[in-house]
Write a protein that binds this ligand. Structure first.
Ligand code: KIV
Ligand code: ZN
Length: 513
């Protein structure tokens, strides 16, 4: 019998801390539903004290998700823990995750607290959290650069206070697999009652070692891995869920553990998160990259045709690649549309919302004939925009582009209820369109990234555009999809502007108590 390895997904919390990756409540619910379908054990739904919007999103996830534990993050302060407790009070299974930094540099420079004060605060935090839930996780932030004797003392104290999972984060991605495994081994040996709790790892990817470090810790006795879809997360990201899960499964000869993940849901989850956050997946990314199972060289193709295992250690269908199937077409009816959305975890609240989504689906099916799951996700992302999230709206756009002439664009927008129009030349049709939009809105923002991806294959595919804008230190990603990429670009630009317009500041949990 193998031990169970708990898969703790933090895409909605640490993943969301990536620049511009913030998600709306509806988007978070869609991701949470997909994680539940994938049979993730614990979903870290967010940091409740970050903003009222984050609190509401956690509460909605807690009310929706039944099979996975819903976890709410809190700094080691009474106020944060109260917010975390309230945010998950209706969850079927709930956890509070509280943390405080334990490395000399964090304690001295960030917290300005002595080790004794940090230890005392950690113990109090567990007591506060236990008033709301029995399942309490404690993290020693920057454990990867903390003194091992101090780690032993603080972990011993929080076990006594009632923590049930102890997390050893390599917050800054500084550790090395053999060293990190040694830290885990020492903790398991030296901390009294270490066998009464679950030891967890949370690794960042600054040196590209997050997955290697997590797996080496599993071999040393860790039984929970914290990870994210596509490795999304602060800076270089977190350990990627798909790599951890598939390594454990593919190398069952090495790992004494197994997960309960439905691996066929991995690729759909990857696509959903990429589509919602606007973070593209690199083609050569393990497991979920477009080339992960593509064999270019003749020798490899020949080998795979003769016997798949000559060059493949996993089957594409086992991680969900075959799920990219044609689902609906021009003649599909309202019921087929509704039930496919339900299978994708999308529940439209009202008949009106369903009717309007169905009308847009018919428009798309007229242009494109074959509709895939990715098209439906893009359509629903557009549909989910509520009027208060749409201060700027595209009414009309026209571009003239001809050989030897500068492209010229004209746009008509609604800005706060009033119609405004402008025209501009540009070096290309997209440039001209963005310049015309800026003539109307004069946003003062800086364009950091513009990228286009075909959502599916074929020249009739929808282009999915991501635009990253920054203004006064705030970074947002906007998405837009359309079979016409200039219109998709205009939608993405306005989506980003709307986010800048409506976004309130959020507190970053790791900024200190
Ligand atoms: O990286 C980190 O230390 C964290 C903690 C909040 C667990 O994200
Ligand atoms: Zn982290």
């Amino acid at each position: 019998m193998k031990d169970h390895l708990v898969i703790f997904d933090t895409t909605l919390r640490d993943g969301e801390q990536s620049p511009g990756a913030s998600m709306t409540k509806e988007e978070k619910i869609r991701v949470a539903r997909q994680l539940e379908k994938m049979r993730v054990d614990v979903i870290e739904a967010g940091f409740a004290a970050a903003s009222p919007g984050d609190f509401e999103a956690i509460r909605a996830i807690a009310e929706t998700i039944k099979e996975s534990t819903v976890c709410s993050l809190a700094r080691a302060s009474e106020k944060d823990i109260e917010r975390a407790g309230e945010s998950i009070q209706h969850a079927a299974r709930k956890r509070i995750h509280t943390f405080i930094a334990t490395s000399p540099i964090h304690m001295e420079k960030k917290l300005r607290m002595s080790p004794g004060q940090v230890l005392e605060q950690a113990v109090k935090a567990i007591g506060w959290a236990r008033q709301y839930v029995d399942d309490v996780e404690f993290s020693a932030e920057d454990a990867g650069r903390s003194d091992i004797d101090f780690l032993c003392r603080i972990f011993e104290a929080v076990i006594k206070a009632g923590a049930t999972t102890l997390n050893v984060p390599d917050t800054v991605g500084y550790n090395f697999p053999t060293q990190y495994a040694d830290t885990l081994r020492q903790l398991l040996e030296r901390v009294p009652n270490a066998d009464k709790v679950i030891w967890s790892v949370h690794c960042h990817n600054d040196l590209g070692l997050a997955v290697a470090n997590s797996l080496s810790a599993v071999l040393a006795g860790a039984r929970q891995v914290e990870c994210t879809i596509n490795g999304l997360g602060e800076r270089a990201g977190n350990a990627s869920l798909e790599e951890v899960v598939m390594a454990v499964r593919t190398r069952a000869d090495i790992f004494p553990v197994e997960t309960r993940i439905d691996t066929t849901q991995i690729v759909p989850a990857s696509k959903l998160v990429s589509q919602i956050t606007g973070y593209p997946v690199q083609p050569n990314k393990a497991i979920v990259g477009a080339n992960a199972f593509a064999h270019e060289s003749g020798i490899h193709q020949d080998g795979v045709l003769k016997h798949r295992e000559t060059y493949e250690i996993m089957r594409a269908e086992d991680v969900g690649w075959s799920q990219n199937k044609l689902v609906l077409g021009k003649h599909s009816g309202r019921n087929a549309f509704k039930s496919r959305l339900a299978e994708l975890g999308v529940v439209l609240e009202s008949e009106d919302a369903l009717n309007s989504a169905f009308a847009r689906f018919k428009e798309l099916a007229d242009k494109k004939h074959e509709i895939f799951d990715e098209d439906l996700h893009a359509l629903i992302s557009d549909e989910a925009v509520t009027p208060d999230q749409e201060y700027y709206k595209l009414n009309y756009s026209r571009v003239c582009s001809e050989t030897g002439e500068l492209p010229h664009a004209r746009v008509t927008l609604t800005v706060g209820g009033q119609e405004r129009a402008a025209e501009s030349d540009g070096s290309g049709p997209v440039d001209a369109t963005f310049k015309a939009i800026e003539k109307v809105v004069d946003s003062g923002s800086e364009l950091l990234l513009y990228s286009v991806n075909a959502i599916t294959t074929g020249t009739d595919a929808q282009g999915e555009v991501t635009v990253r804008l920054s203004r006064r230190g705030r970074v947002v990603n906007g998405q837009g999809a359309d079979t016409d990429i200039v219109i998709a670009s205009a939608k993405a630009y306005l989506n980003a502007l709307n986010k800048l317009h409506s976004s309130q500041g959020k507190v970053n949990p790791q900024g200190g108590v």
